[in-house]
Every structure is written in C-alpha cells, then in structure tokens.
Design a protein around this ligand. Structure first.
Ligand code: FAD
Ligand code: NAD
Length: 367
C-alpha cells in the first residue's frame, strides 16, 4: 500500500522487527528519520490488537497487528531520537515462546501521506469537570492504559459522540491544567491526563451533550492534528498573542512552552478579546502569570463591557493592533499568533498585513 509515495528512494520507508524475552515482546520500528520524538508516535494496545502510528514528515507509518498471545494492556514507548528507532515494549501474560508477532490487520506495514490515513479514535474516561466561567468548563480526560499519545503545542484533536444515532465530531485544543503550574509538582499523570477548556453553547449540537457526560463515562478522542510547529518560536524575541473567547486555548500551551523553553524570548504579550468581564477565561491565572514573569503582559479588551469597565473596549481593529504589536527593537524577530471566531481571525490577519507584517510572522490557528 505504498503506491502513493513520492519519495525518490524506498530506503527511507520505515521497517519493523520484533524480539522477545520470557516476559516481554519488543517491537522495533526503524524510521530512518533523525529527530524522532515521542510526540510523533501514537500507540494503542487494546483487546489484543496493537496499532502503532509514526509520523515521518508528512507521512504516516502504521504497524497494525492482532497479537499471537495475550499481553497486559500497557505499552511502553521508547524513542531513540538521534537514530530514529521506536520501540514498543509489551508484557506477556504467559511466559510462552511466540513464533510470530501476530496476524496483520488493516493497513499493516503501510507508509502513506498523513492526509490519506483516517483518524483513529480511542475511548477516554471523564475524570473531572470544573467551571472556568459561567459557560466554560475545564474537562479532564484520561487516556486508556494501552495508549501512548501526546498532543503537540498548537495542535488539536477531535472529540466524537453519537448524538441521535449520528456520529458527530468537533475539534478541541488541549490546554495545560493550569497556567501557573510551577506551583504544582509534575506528576506521572501528566502523560495520561488531557485537559480541555470548552464553552457550552445551550443551542449547540455537540457541547450540551458533552456537558451532560458524567464523571466516569467515556468519550472518543482522535489522534492530534495541526500545522503549528515549535520551530516557529525558535529565536523569536517577541511573541504577540491575539485571542478571541475560547480562541485562548492554543495560547495556553504555547505560552507555557515559550516562557519555559525559549532562550531568546524577551516579551510575550496576550491581547484577549471577550464580550464581558465574566467571559474572561483564567483571568486570575493570567494576572498571576504576569506578576510571576516580567516578560509576560496581558491586556483585556471587551466588546460588550458592563458599566464601570476602565480597560480597553471594542473589537479587533487596526488602531488596537498598531499599538499592541510593536517591536521593542527594530530588528527583533517576532511571531504573532491569532485564534478566535472566524471573522475575528480574518479581520485580524487583514489588519496585520496592512500594518506591514509578513505572512511568516503571523500564525493563525485553524482546523
Ligand atoms: P454548534 O452547533 O456548532 O453551534 C455553536 C453556536 O453557534 C451556538 O450558539 C449555535 O446556536 C450557533 N449556531 C449554530 N448554527 C448557527 C447558524 N446557522 N446561524 C447562527 N448561529 C448558529 N471550542 C472550545 O470551546 N474549546 C476549544 O479548545 C476549541 N478548540 C477548537 C479548535 C479548532 C481547530 C476549531 C476549528 C474549533 C475549536 N473549538 C473549540 C470550537 C469547537 O470545535 C465547536 O465549534 C464548539 O464547541 C461549538 O460546538 P457545538 O456543536 O456545541 O455548537
Ligand atoms: P465570543 O462570541 O465570546 O467572542 C469573543 C470575542 O471575539 C468578542 O468579544 C469579539 O471581540 C470577538 N468577535 C466575536 N465575533 C466577532 C466578529 N464577528 N468580528 C470581529 N470580532 C468578533 O467567542 P466564543 O464563543 O468563545 O468563540 C470562540 C471561537 O474560537 C469559536 O468560533 C471557535 O470555533 C474558535 N476557536 C478556534 C480554535 C482553533 O484552533 N482554530 C480554538 C478554539 C476556539
């Protein structure tokens, strides 16, 4: 099933092998790709079937087998980043000697364009649900024990529910559990818990059903997707974030990443557009972050403020942006990220272009 390949040499097509010990099975995938990392590997071990997908540039390699014998439903993923080797370590239920790894399943050992590989879903348990504002909640989902999946910064996943006999899917961008996580010690749960900040629209199709999901119930979650890469933040000195409503969600991990991983960042500013003060997501945390980190500054802009609001008012405009997106040094490397309602993004991009910003300096989060 490799006919779609337009690589000139088959030498770069991944291959796999496997070996065993008394108590374990190790499947090794040679991706022939440098800079492999755990975010490029998605593994699902469920009901005796192993599905391992590896992203190699724009391509997806799939290992998909029905295993010969029973294993514990947990998979350890090991990635040798420099040599591009990925290992799946499985634990045998019985110390039997396996003659084969198992039977091939659909698309096993195939290497196709990512866009030609359908999305894969697994059921995640709702662990908690807490109010962020009057209409927005923070949902915490737990991946099944046999799944290895990490959502890269700026990427989204799809959640799927069956609503009156139809399967409905909508995209959502995971957030960190908090913006001021320095105060929380890292835990083993970081890799298995995924947090979503989701606004419930009473007349919406998907979100009222999601809101009715009870703790302990399950919802399907897809592989990640997205066109943002943290390479875009490399060497950036000034980061400008423009968010409208829940368009704040991709900014959360991006902000955490830029403030903790960049050596060059001097300034990170968020202009956050909402209707009213009550709609501002994580306001206290944003204010706390600006106190904790001198590089970070926040400005709130309200389109429907209540009487007494002394801050900025209105919608996204050229004058707001020209004051906000200002280089502090004329040759600073900058990145401007924008996310929110479609009209907000379209207008914002137009204003930024009119102000002379190149498309390389602007990233727009979309599905
Ligand atoms: P819908 O049924 O889509 O309706 C939404 C609202 O529009 C409702 O108020 C409804 O009454 C109104 N409406 C629907 N149709 C019409 C119409 N024809 N005319 C006028 N009004 C109409 N959302 C989040 O909360 N958090 C996220 O992290 C997040 N991430 C996203 C990431 C991406 C890449 C994208 C593209 C979107 C993201 N969204 C996010 C939005 C999310 O995917 C859904 O669109 C949202 O949850 C609404 O879904 P719904 O089915 O409940 O509402
Ligand atoms: P909202 O209706 O509460 O609006 C928030 C602010 O956006 C408003 O105060 C206003 O300043 C601005 N705005 C709204 N409509 C506008 C318009 N027509 N023109 C100019 N400015 C406008 O926003 P919400 O209900 O939280 O919706 C957030 C939107 O962000 C949704 O459409 C969602 O799909 C999108 N979103 C996209 C992603 C992504 O990655 N692409 C992620 C999260 C959310």
């Amino acid at each position: 099933k490799n006919e779609n390949l337009d690589y000139s040499s088959k030498d770069i097509v991944p291959s796999y092998d496997w070996f065993q010990k008394d108590d374990s099975i190790t499947v090794v995938i040679y991706t022939k790709q440098k800079n492999m990392n755990p975010e490029l590997v998605i593994a699902d071990l469920h009901s005796g079937k192993l599905r391992g997908e590896i992203i190699v540039k724009d391509y997806s390699y799939l290992l998909h087998v029905e295993l010969s014998f029973e294993v514990h439903e947990e998979v350890i993923v090991q990635v040798s980043e420099k040599v591009g080797k990925v290992e799946f370590v499985l634990t045998k239920r019985e110390p039997l000697s396996w003659k084969t790894l198992g039977q091939p399943l659909e698309s096993h050992n195939s290497f196709v364009k990512c866009t030609d590989r359908g999305l894969c879903y697994r059921k995640c348990k709702l662990l908690s649900k807490e109010n962020v504002t009057h209409d927005t909640r923070l949902f915490c989902l737990m991946l099944p024990p046999g799944t290895h999946l990490q959502v890269p910064v700026g990427h989204h996943v799809y959640l799927k529910q069956t609503i009156t006999d139809a399967e409905i899917v909508k995209p959502y961008t995971p957030v960190a559990s908090s913006l001021v996580s320095k105060f929380k010690s890292p835990s083993c749960c970081d890799k298995t818990h995924i947090f979503f900040m989701i606004k419930i629209y009473p007349s919406g199709l998907f979100t009222p059903v999601l809101d009715a999901l009870q703790i302990g119930e399950y919802i399907s979650l897809s592989n990640p997707e997205g066109n943002f890469t943290t390479l875009q933040v490399e060497e950036v000195e000034e980061l400008f974030l423009l968010a409208g409503g829940t368009g704040f969600t991709p900014m959360v991990k991006l902000l955490n990443y830029a403030l903790t991983s960049s050596n060059t960042l001097r300034v990170a500013k968020l202009m956050f557009f909402n209707k009213t003060e009550d709609d501002i997501l994580w306001r206290r945390q944003l204010e706390q972050l600006s106190l904790n980190d001198a590089r970070f500054d926040i400005q709130f802009v309200l389109s429907e403020p209540k009487e007494g609001w002394l801050g900025k008012q209105g919608r996204i405009s050229s004058s707001l942006l020209s004051q906000f997106v200002k280089r502090s040094k004329c040759d600073s490397k900058i990145l401007i990220c924008i996310c929110g309602p479609l009209a907000f993004m379209e207008q914002g991009i137009q204003f930024l272009q009119d102000l002379g910003h190149s498309s390389k300096e602007i990233h727009c989060f979309t599905a």
